[in-house]
Design a protein around this ligand. Structure first.
Ligand code: HEC
Ligand code: HEC
Length: 258
């Protein structure tokens, strides 16, 4: 618990330190390399040998796949994309301790999940993406990151009932102070539009994807966040919370590079 409290109290310092700039509103424009964008475009559309073309899953314009829960990549910060591909690439077995996640009963809510699981720090587990990322060269990683960073995106808000949206909003802008859980918008931006290279957008991501990532932080299959700030947050969400928050962000209108 001591470690968790520290994370909360140092949050503003942390956000300022992790971001490349002073604070919301003063965000620096993303600088892209045109040659990398062009090379990335080719790999994304056609793939290479054992690197499967990205378009099949992430969509023709990087919009993702709502039905299957594949994330949107269009307009994400290139540095964030690079980091994720390296986290998928990293060999889980050589990263120290790897223990089966502890089974937990999420039906008894609300409760605090005291998480002692150590999986493979610094890694993300997904069969498809682990296999694809491992085949990519560092240059290819930079190229696809630049290409996706250059794409425009506009979200179509997914309707939801008022009561559910209210509860989702509460989690987003208030968090759960009674459990020391920070609000999502403190890191992900006022409308979940993301902030800088470290804090990805939640708006415009498939509901299924948001829920799956929150589950992965809880069961240890995603363990790549600085200072476990997402893990500590996710561990305080119930199954119902995860759906409410995902649907709240899916309801936001949002555009980037347009
Ligand atoms: C077979 C389907 C499939 C293909 C092909 C595919 N991806 Fe993915 N990608 C996924 C899935 C599923 C996830 C979510 C993984 C998870 O749950 O951690 C993902 C996640 C990602 C992420 C993390 C996004 C985020 O918001 O954190 C990046 C970056 C990414 N893929 C890049 C690529 C690139 C670049 C290619 C092409 C070279 C590619 N993917 C090809 C299915 C695919
Ligand atoms: C203390 C800062 C912080 C807070 C508060 C926070 N997040 Fe995050 N979140 C992060 C960081 C940092 C990442 C990226 C981690 C990485 O490098 O992969 C992230 C990533 C995510 C992702 C994955 C996005 C993607 O594209 O893969 C989801 C989903 C997410 N957060 C949901 C939430 C929700 C829901 C809340 C509120 C209940 C929340 N976060 C609160 C810092 C935070």
């Amino acid at each position: 618990m001591i470690r968790f409290n520290k994370t909360i109290f140092t949050l503003p310092v942390l956000v300022a330190a992790l971001s490349s700039c002073g604070g919301p509103g003063s965000e620096e424009p993303v600088v892209l390399n045109p040659e990398a964008v062009a090379a990335g475009k080719v790999l994304v559309a056609s793939g290479r040998d054992s690197v499967i073309a990205c378009v099949g899953c992430h969509g023709a314009n990087g919009e993702g796949n709502t039905e299957l829960g594949y994330p949107r990549l269009a307009g994400l910060h290139p540095k964030y994309i690079e980091k994720q591909l390296h986290d998928f690439k990293r060999d889980p077995l050589r990263m120290g301790v790897s223990i089966e996640p502890i089974a937990r009963d999420y039906s008894k809510t609300p409760r605090i999940y005291k998480d002692l699981t150590v999986y493979s720090p610094g890694t993300r587990h997904d069969a498809a993406m682990n296999a694809i990322a491992k085949e990519m060269t560092n240059e290819e990683v930079i190229n696809v990151a630049n290409y996706y960073g250059s794409l425009a995106f506009e979200a179509t808000p997914v309707p939801n009932d008022f009561q559910s949206l209210e509860r989702g909003l509460e989690l987003a802008v208030r968090g759960k102070p009674e459990y020391m859980m920070p609000r999502c918008d403190a890191c992900h931006g006022p409308r979940g539009e993301g902030f800088g290279e470290h804090f990805p957008p939640l708006a415009g991501q498939p509901i299924k994807y948001i829920v799956s990532q929150l589950n992965k932080w809880q069961n240890g299959k995603r363990d790549n966040d600085h200072l476990s700030m997402m893990k500590n947050t996710a561990n305080l969400l119930t199954d119902a919370d995860k759906i409410l928050i995902a649907k709240y962000y899916a309801n936001q209108s949002f555009k980037v590079n347009k």
